[in-house]
Design a protein around this ligand. Structure first.
Ligand SMILES: Nc1nc2c(c(=O)[nH]1)N[C@H]1C(S)=C(S)[C@@H](COP(=O)(O)O)O[C@H]1N2
Ligand SMILES: [Mo]
Length: 198
């Protein structure tokens, strides 16, 4: 008996539901503007601040004491690759922000090396963003943002700051590194928000 390809659509990679304009990759490209940051965990820290004051700071050990979650998600780069089913472990940004009722609607995420990206707090909360330190069961490699990076898989991957070390909460949306060069301030891959005005 012959089974037509048409009846096994869910086994057919062409049938995968990709955001518009994206194609599948099975590798894991490294995309960094500037050099890879090499941050030993004993020198690492992560700060939550408003524009006026530092609210909290975690050392690596403080971070390790926070509850961590397994995250299995598809990731989408604005350079048009999508990688399915990536597995990470990290601390929800909800946990980092817990009890900080600042009412501030926007955030800049900062990285070692000076990279920044802007997000609405709404996109960082509700179980949609994490500070991740493991990829596929291993410590996150420096090339991919280790020892810890932001992961915001529902937005294009430039929002997932590698070597993240600070979230600054703000009243207004301020463009980050790529957003200053014309990338979209929101970056939803399903709406193809690649460039400002898309
Ligand atoms: N600190 C930092 N984070 C960054 C970048 C960067 O240049 N510096 N590039 C961004 C972009 S454009 C992409 S597509 C992803 C790439 O992540 P990867 O190298 O793990 O694939 O990281 C994002 N985070
Ligand atoms: Mo990117």
């Amino acid at each position: 008996m012959t089974i037509s390809r048409g009846f096994v659509g869910h086994h057919d990679p062409r049938a995968v539901d990709l955001p518009p304009g994206q194609h599948l990759t099975h590798g894991f490209p490294v995309l960094t503007a500037g050099p890879t940051q090499m941050i030993p965990t004993h020198e690492w820290s992560f700060t939550l601040a408003s524009e006026d004051e530092v609210l909290r700071t975690w050392t690596w050990d403080d971070r390790a004491a926070l509850p961590a979650e397994e995250i299995s998600v598809d990731i989408h780069c604005v350079t048009r690759w999508t990688k399915l089913g990536t597995r990470w472990r990290g601390v929800s940004v909800d946990t980092l922000l817990a009890g900080v009722g600042s009412g501030l609607g926007y955030a800049t995420v900062h990285s070692y090396g000076g990279y920044t990206t802007n997000l609405a707090v709404e996109d960082l909360t509700g179980g949609r963003a994490w500070l991740v330190h493991e990829y596929e069961g291993e410590p996150l490699e420096a090339d991919h943002g280790g020892p810890a990076r932001l992961l915001v898989p529902h937005l294009y991957l430039w929002k997932s700051a590698k070597w993240a070390n600070r979230i600054t909460l703000r009243r207004r949306d301020e463009p980050g590194f790529w957003e200053t060069f014309g990338y979209h301030s929101h970056g939803d891959p399903w709406r193809e928000e690649r460039h400002a005005g898309d």
